[in-house]
Each structure stands twice: as structure tokens, then as C-alpha cells.
Design a protein around this ligand. Structure first.
Ligand SMILES: [Cu+2]
Length: 326
């Protein structure tokens, strides 16, 4: 399936909800309509201001987008009705000239009480239904993923184990260039490689504290927790490089836990695995290595293989990391 075709099907599925928002915006901004600028704004609004890179990034970004936009429409509808009733009451029941004291007070009005009980239950029920339905799809693990990758969060980086190929990439914390963080500078930010259009299962763990694996373009994030394994089943459908972050405040280097996700062709993916193999990154950096190495500003610096030996050495000497960190 070509990229274009995929994008088109992606658009048509969520077309109705988006069209409704787009029309609402067009109507309300009639006086503001000028040129292509407005069209771009409307397209943004129709996607609920989600980052543009999310569009068609994986097979499920569509689902998240619809849930997001649908929730906004529902919230706006409730808002408009509520604001309308408030304004109606303010005007209709305002104190008129010559009136004094309180107006007649209404108590124990059964129909109103029923309305105030049933309506919120109904609204929460609707939100719950759509959330549970989509979450069930999002959280459904692939029976037979084509690619298995283990992601291990650590202070302050991510190790990527390409388990099928038996190679690893020791993550580094984002390294600043003299001009600050540069997402394009080579070797300053770790990159997770994913083959496009393949069913991928990411196994998520941590070796020190709780982190959170977050790729905004995939509209998906999940906690990585020491001693626990979480899973993320994704099929990226758009080649490109996306930014990932840690989304759980994990310590002073939290903001340095930036990584990149490169969604590449199958050939480029295999080439990457060969590069890692050629560099001697054979084996796995599992969570069992322990937290000892991942402490302080200057650990997890670029280094590759040597760093792994250090990690294993420190681990062998006992995991006294927690105490020494102060
Ligand atoms: Cu973190």
C-alpha cells in the first residue's frame, strides 16, 4: 500500500467527526475567512491541534485522534448547552425593578434531581464506552509480532535491545552541543530504529526508577517500571524521524532522556542491526544489569561497548547505587 493511499484511508475513516468540527469553525470564523492561512488553521482545529507528525504515523494514531477530537466535540456540546442555560437563567430570572428579597426557593424537585443524576451518569458512560473500546484495541498485544525490541529506561537514557537479532544499542543521555540541544547533531541523542509497516512489540522495563516511554508522534506513552514488564504493540506506517521523551519525572536528568525514533525501510533497519553487530554490540542490556551505572550527570555518555562492561562490572560489585546518589 502506498504512503499516499494509506494517508487517504486514514483521513476518510475519521472524516465525519473532523468535518463537523471543520464546519463549526468555518461558520464561526466567517468574518475571518481570508486565504490559505485560515484553511491551515481549520485543518489544525479538525485534528484537535494534535502535532502534525501524528497523522498516519502508526495504525492506531487514527484511533487516538478520533477519541481526542470526539471528546472535544462532546465537551464543547455540553459546554454550549451549559453556557446557554446559564445565560438564559441570568436574563430570565434577573432581579427586576421593585423586587426585593430572595425569589421562591425550589427544593426536592424530583424531576430535576433525576435529571442531575442521570445526565452525568449518561455522559460519563458515553466517554467510558469509547475510551474502553479504543483502549482495548490499543492495548491488544500482537499474537505474532514480526519484530521484538526491548526498551530499558534508565537514568538518564534508554537502552534498546533488538532481541530478534541479538544486538543492542546502549543509550546515552542527550548531549548538548555548544549551542545547546541539537536534534540533528550526530551522536548526541540515541535513536531507536523501527522498520516501517511491521508489527512491532516493544517490551518496556526500567532498571532504576519509574520512567515513561513517550513518542508524541505515535500518540502513545507507557510507564516503564522496575520489576515489571509493559508492552506496546505498534505498527509504524510513516517513515521519518520522530522525537521521544521520558514522560515521568524521574530525577534531575529527566529532561535529558530524549531519544529519536527512526522509522525506516526494512533494508535500512537490517543495515542498522548489522552496524550494531559490527560495532560489537552483541548481546542484550537487560534490566538485570542493575542501576549502578546510571547515576549522575556524566554517566550514560557516548561509549558503546566499553560502557556495557562497566555496567556489568559495577553490577557484579553490588548494587549500591541508590545510597551513593545522595
Ligand atoms: Cu525518566
Amino acid at each position: 500500500m502506498s504512503q499516499q493511499h494509506r494517508t487517504r484511508t486514514t483521513r476518510s475513516r475519521s472524516g465525519t467527526a473532523k468535518a463537523a468540527v471543520a464546519w463549526a469553525v468555518i461558520a464561526s470564523s466567517a468574518t475571518f475567512v481570508t486565504t490559505g492561512c485560515t484553511a491551515a488553521v481549520n485543518a489544525d482545529v479538525a485534528r484537535g491541534w494534535l502535532p502534525p507528525e501524528t497523522e498516519g504515523a502508526t495504525t492506531t494514531t487514527d484511533l487516538s485522534e478520533n477519541l481526542w477530537v470526539g471528546s472535544w466535540i462532546a465537551a464543547l456540546a455540553v459546554g454550549v448547552i451549559t453556557w446557554g442555560l446559564i445565560i438564559y437563567c441570568i436574563v430570565k430570572f434577573r432581579r427586576r425593578r421593585g423586587e426585593a428579597g430572595l425569589p421562591p426557593q425550589l427544593r426536592y424537585n424530583v424531576p430535576v434531581e433525576m435529571l442531575f443524576t442521570i445526565m452525568p451518569l449518561f455522559m460519563v458512560g458515553v466517554l467510558f464506552y469509547f475510551t474502553a473500546r479504543d483502549q482495548h484495541i490499543l492495548e491488544n498485544r500482537y499474537d505474532e509480532p514480526a519484530v521484538n525490541i526491548e526498551v530499558v529506561g534508565k537514568r538518564w537514557g534508554w537502552d534498546f535491545n533488538y532481541t530478534d537479532a541479538g544486538v543492542f544499542d546502549a543509550g546515552i543521555q542527550a548531549q548538548e552541543t555548544p549551542d545547546g540541544l541539537d536534534f540533528d547533531a550526530p551522536g548526541t541523542i540515541s535513536t531507536l530504529y523501527l522498520p516501517v509497516n511491521e508489527k512491532i512489540e516493544l517490551t518496556l522495563t526500567a532498571r532504576d526508577v519509574i520512567h515513561d516511554f513517550y513518542v508524541p508522534a505515535f500518540s502513545y506513552k507507557k510507564d516503564v517500571i522496575p520489576g515489571r514488564t509493559n508492552y506496546m504493540s505498534i505498527t509504524p506506517t510513516k517513515e521519518g524521524t520522530f522525537i521521544g521523551r521520558c514522560a515521568e519525572l524521574c530525577g534531575e536528568g529527566h529532561s535529558r532522556m530524549i531519544f529519536k525514533v527512526a522509522v525506516v525501510s526494512q533494508e535500512a533497519y537490517q543495515q542498522r542491526l548489522e552496524e550494531l553487530r559490527a560495532a560489537g554490540n552483541v548481546g542484550q542490556l537487560g534490566p538485570e544489569i542493575g542501576p549502578a551505572h546510571s547515576l549522575g550527570e556524566d554517566s550514560n555518555v557516548p561509549g558503546g561497548g566499553d560502557q556495557v562492561e562497566d555496567q556489568q562490572g559495577e553490577n557484579a560489585g553490588g548494587q549500591n547505587a541508590e545510597g551513593s546518589n545522595g
